[in-house]
Design a protein around this ligand. Structure first.
Ligand SMILES: [Zn+2]
Length: 329
């Protein structure tokens, strides 16, 4: 019997996270390609191309991690560093909403982006990355923090899962651009990003060996503590490591086909996709309650010529409010 079930259902297409399982390897995972959602998020910001590449990676990672949330939860990825991009915030609001914003120094970005071997993580300096999970109606709030010191977002995700959830995890992220030549008019430009992550979740806990943990501050020359990695996990992560960037961003390669290409010998099952959309959660009510929480001095600083103008950093919506109404209480 064919153990693969990637071919029996309609393809998820762009802007959808596809959960999957390779049961013979005790592996679960998620894969995604983002297209139109990324175009609309990045298109409105008008950030430099290098910033877009980094932010697209962060959005892709957030989509894969956020799609596990239930109810009306929210997952936030936030970086704060001394690099050219001093801050990024990406939110996933269940069940489908993505939004993203970045703060950067344009001159520094241009300098870093001009490097011959440029990689998006060069824009992140030293600092940290925080994942915050809010489970909506439930009071639990969880935050995991990873130190950023030149590592990529992929490596930061590995660290996060190993330290906070003790789950061996492998993540690949890639960002690409599609330029289409038009006979008439300007060429069209489209962003594409793709990601795949696998996690080792064996039924027996003694198989959860973690050879990946950093040796920490052990003095140089200390013999490394050798741990045999589980063969199944070794195989799964090796397969994911073979995924090339172009396979993650190729518009002609659906996620399901990539999964089949990687895991067909072991049998891979794809599950119902989670569709992603470009959706902000700002509203006049939220802006008003934020303003009402401000002290007297901030209130008067926000007020100009008898009006308060607030622009949403994520979606760019302008809110023009009357201070007499906002602060009437
Ligand atoms: Zn907004």
């Amino acid at each position: 019997m064919d153990q693969n079930s990637t071919a029996n259902q309609p393809l998820a297409g762009d802007d959808a996270v596809v959960p999957f399982a390779v049961e013979t390897l005790d592996v679960r995972g998620r894969a995604v390609t983002l297209g139109p959602v990324l175009d609309s998020i990045l298109g409105r910001h008008n950030y430099p191309e290098a910033v877009n590449k980094l932010l697209a990676q962060a959005v892709t990672l957030t989509a894969m991690l956020g799609s596990t949330l239930k109810f009306d939860g929210r997952l936030t990825l936030q970086t704060q560093t001394d690099g050219a991009v001093s801050m990024m915030v990406v939110d996933f609001n269940a069940p489908d909403g993505l939004r993203a914003t970045a703060t950067f120094d344009a001159n520094q970005v241009a300098e870093v982006a001009a490097k011959e071997d440029f990689r998006p993580e060069f824009l992140l300096g030293r600092g940290h990355l925080a994942f915050t999970i809010d489970q909506g109606q439930y009071p639990s709030r969880y935050q995991g923090i990873v130190v950023l010191d030149g590592i990529s977002l992929e490596e930061a995700a590995h660290d996060y899962f190993l330290r906070s959830e003790q789950i061996p995890t492998r993540v690949r992220l890639a960002v690409g651009e599609v330029l289409t030549r038009q006979d008439e008019g300007p060429n069209t430009h489209q962003w594409r990003a793709g990601g795949i992550m696998v996690q080792f979740l064996p039924h027996s806990p003694e198989r959860m060996r973690q050879a990946d943990i950093h040796p920490g501050d052990a003095p140089h020359g200390t013999e490394m503590h050798e741990i045999d990695e589980d063969d199944a996990w070794l195989e799964a992560r090796s397969l994911v490591d073979t995924v090339r960037d172009v396979e993650l961003t190729d518009p002609a390669l659906p996620v399901e086909q990539l999964l089949f290409r990687l895991f067909h010998e072991r049998g891979v099952k794809a599950f119902e996709p989670h569709v992603m959309s470009d959706r902000c959660t700002c509203s006049e009510d939220k802006i008003v309650s934020m303003l009402q929480g401000l002290g007297e001095q901030d209130r008067s600083e926000m007020t100009e010529e008898g009006a308060i103008a607030v622009k949403c950093d994520f979606c760019g919506t302008d809110y023009n409010l009357d201070p007499e109404v906002v602060f009437k209480a």
